[in-house]
Design a protein around this ligand. Structure first.
Ligand code: GUN
Length: 277
């Protein structure tokens, strides 16, 4: 079984970005603003990793932290000011938001030309009409990883598990645009295993620790595990990795698979938006 090493590939992408930025003038250095609302520990760790990656790749970054009891007005004022600031090229609002905030409302304040996640209505429309401004970071990272390892996508039967607007839905869109035949499964799908067992490619973004295991995959399948679950200081995916070694043709490890690729894609999207502003 081939391990799809997202850590190694993401390091190369960060280095490539660093090299590209070296040739830019100082005032052209792309800058990512990250808005972090609330006290969720996992989100704080992810955001720290994003900021560290910016430093590594030579991008600037700004971190705006808000307590979960901050007012909507305060948050809106800050986002509108980032929209106006010519030194900021990309804006990311870390998800999930605390329950007292409406994701749709907050994302509606974002300037689409600075929306690095591609989550505003304008950017979703562009994606689904086949002319994306940016491809959302996790699907983009997954596709980059598969292409780097020459994993066939065209004509393959793919199953995506999960319909989140940040991963499952745009991943579905990317796979059909790369000419695979795709079934989108979710928490109400009956007989999930039956779909997975037929698939050449399985993308597991269910948010459930060890939802699937070896028995759910056909021999020689490629499995991409998007899950990340922290328990007793260890990280687990949505797939139980036991017994996969002699069964699959390729698998993304957790950690070190999709996670670092998502961050690399975030930086690529920031650079791409900076070039267009
Ligand atoms: N939370 C987990 N992954 C992501 C991501 O890619 N973007 C944002 N905005 N929030 C996230």
């Amino acid at each position: 079984m081939l391990l799809l090493d997202g850590k190694k590939l993401s390091e190369k992408i960060l280095q490539d970005i660093h090299n590209e930025l070296q040739s830019y003038k100082k005032d052209l250095i792309p800058c990512l603003a990250v808005c972090l609302i609330g006290e969720d520990l996992a989100s704080h760790i992810y955001v720290e990793n994003k900021i560290k990656a910016c430093q590594k790749a030579g991008l600037k970054s700004v971190l705006k932290k808000f307590p979960s009891d901050c007012s909507k007005q305060e948050l809106k004022k800050e986002i509108l000011s980032l929209n106006q600031d010519p030194k900021i090229h990309g804006i990311l609002v870390q998800l999930p938001l605390p329950p007292n905030f409406s994701k749709q409302e907050i994302l509606s304040w974002l300037e689409p030309k600075k929306d690095v996640d591609g989550l505003t209505l304008e950017n979703k429309a562009l994606l689904w009409s086949g002319n994306p401004r940016v491809i959302p970071c996790t699907p983009k990272g997954i596709l980059t990883l598969l292409k780097a390892y020459n994993v066939a996508i065209k004509g393959q039967y793919a199953v995506v598990i999960g319909r989140s607007e940040i991963v499952g839905l745009p991943l579905f869109q990317q796979l059909i645009s790369h000419h695979s035949t795709v079934t989108l499964c979710h928490s109400y799908t009956k007989n999930l295993s039956v779909f997975c067992q037929k698939a050449d490619l399985v993308f597991v973004c269910s948010g459930q620790r060890h939802l699937l295991s070896q028995k759910d995959f056909k021999k020689g399948a490629v499995v991409v595990d998007v899950g990340i679950h922290r328990r007793d200081k260890k990280l687990y995916g949505d797939v139980d990795p036991r017994g996969l070694e002699n069964h699959l043709s390729a698998f993304t490890p957790v950690p070190g698979g999709v996670g670092p690729m998502t961050i690399a894609s975030l930086l690529e999207n920031t650079v791409q938006l900076a070039k267009k502003l």
